[in-house]
Design a protein around this ligand. Structure first.
Ligand code: ADP
Length: 453
């Protein structure tokens, strides 16, 4: 703002000053021309100075002193004041009545402005060239310059002050609602995530308050969900731990070696289950958005990864005499993904298939490509998922009514939650197909295909 006003004032000053200079110079040039006419008249026959009367008439100014000199074409003084400095008008056209030479100089230590004009005059049929100089002290010019500075600067200064006052007022007014909101937020406890009352806040900030309220409500939900998660996780860990403790007590009280062996076997089973749950919890934590940066997305062949995962699960399938097989095309199916996380997703789906399919059943895995999509299908001949359970099975710690809550196939209810999170981070979708007409369960996971390099 200050800069603009300074630039504006400087520009105005230079404009006004150059107009002032030009006007004064033209006046001076007019005087010189009038003198030249008088000189020509008085020197019709022979060279003669301008008469005193004309000089005092033409060279009298109330605030300034004026001087003149007349010189020949060599610059030698003919008449007038020898102190008037002479500068030959080099590129001046003597036949152009509007043309003149102008410069600053000094006469008797006083600063003057000088106008020099060339004149042509014929005396006794001889054409000669002369120069007339008129010098004027600069009192009136300086006085006017001061006035210009004064009249430009004063309004600009008033403008600057008023602008500053206005800006200050506007900023203060604009900030008031934010300061008010700030006070309301400072007065709150960090635990208080209730929405700020929109009625209470000034209109100017109600959109900001709306966004803040949304953020707080999301934060509130996230905190509640984390608390629920910790609570559920603790419950899941407590059950096998309580079982282990009970078996230890019973084993300590027993003298029967066979019974002690049986108890130790149960302790071993519960410990395995505990480790499985802990591994799943860790796997789930790795799928959270804040752990995303640790993901390593690469181009990989889903067929290869599926076969590798199946190899790790053949022994589990063998225990239940389940026929685990890969069906369909072996053609490479490239997708972009994090290998370890995709391994977990595939592992969880196949493991569930084995877990929830009775002995001698079948679990089949296949991959199909269509329209830039690659679909992983895991199907089993197991007990299926009831329709009412299907929307819930992807929730954390949810276990369907179709499975036993303890015993061999007891899980923590987080395998599918993990699978879903992993699918989300790969922008893939998971669908379930399980209905009465067709026994068993089919999981479909759709990925975007990438063209192999
Ligand atoms: P968990 O297997 O530990 O219970 P999941 O999150 O893997 O947890 O599965 C959630 C629920 O979904 C299971 O408790 C079960 O009810 C159901 N479910 C998952 N996969 C299958 C399947 N292949 N067949 C039948 N039910 C399944």
């Amino acid at each position: 703002m200050m800069m603009i006003i300074i630039l504006d004032s400087t520009f105005l000053f230079y404009q006004a000053d150059s107009i002032r200079q030009e006007t004064f110079d033209r006046d001076l040039a007019e005087t010189a021309k009038s003198l030249s006419l008088i000189f020509k008249k008085s020197s019709e026959k022979e060279l003669q100075d301008i008469d005193e009367n004309s000089i005092s008439l033409m060279l009298t100014e109330p605030h300034d002193k004026m001087f003149y000199s007349i010189r020949d074409d060599q610059g030698r003084l003919l008449f007038g004041n020898s102190d008037v400095p002479y500068r030959k008008a080099e590129d001046i056209d003597p036949s152009d009545p509007e043309d003149f030479n102008v410069y600053f100089s000094s006469v008797k230590n006083e600063s003057v402005r000088v106008v020099s004009i060339p004149i042509e005059h014929t005396i006794n049929h001889v054409k000669k060239e002369f120069f007339i100089q008129v010098a004027e002290t600069r009192n009136q010019r300086t006085e006017l310059q001061h006035q210009i500075i004064f009249w430009i600067l004063i309004p600009q200064f008033i403008l600057l002050i008023s602008a500053l006052i206005l800006v200050r007022f506007a900023v203060k007014r604009g900030l008031n609602p934010i300061l008010y909101l700030n006070e309301k937020i400072i007065a709150r406890s960090y635990r208080d995530l209730k929405p700020i009352d929109v009625e209470d806040v000034p209109l100017e900030v109600d959109r900001l308050v709306g966004s803040l309220n949304n953020l707080m409500s999301e934060l509130d939900n996230a905190i509640k969900s984390e608390n629920r998660f910790v609570n559920d996780a603790a419950h899941q860990l407590r059950t096998p731990l309580a079982g282990i403790l009970a078996q230890i007590q019973l084993a300590q009280e027993s003298k029967d070696v066979e019974e002690i062996k049986r108890r130790l076997e149960q302790i071993s089973q519960s410990s395995k289950r505990l480790i499985h749950i802990i591994n799943q919890l860790l796997s789930l934590s790795k799928t959270q958005p804040e752990a995303m940066h640790a993901s390593q997305f690469i181009e990989l062949d889903l067929v290869v990864l599926v076969k590798k995962t199946m190899e790790d699960l053949f022994s589990l399938a063998d225990l239940k005499k389940i026929d685990l097989g890969f069906d369909g095309s072996n053609e490479a199916a490239f997708i972009l993904g994090d290998e370890q996380k995709l391994y977990d997703l595939i592992h969880n789906l196949i493991e569930n298939g084995i877990k929830y399919t009775p002995n001698l059943g079948k679990v089949n895995v296949s991959i199909k490509s269509k329209d830039n999509k690659i679909c992983l299908i895991v199907e089993d001949t197991g007990k299926g998922i009831p329709k009412e359970d299907q929307p819930n099975v992807f929730k954390r710690f949810y276990r369907g009514d179709n499975v036993t809550q303890s015993g061999e196939d007891a899980g923590a209810g987080i395998g599918l939650a993990i699978a879903k999170e992993i699918a989300n981070m790969h922008e893939a979708t998971i669908e379930i197909d399980s209905r009465n007409e067709k026994p068993g369960t089919r999981f479909y996971v759709y990925f975007d295909a990438v063209a192999p390099k």
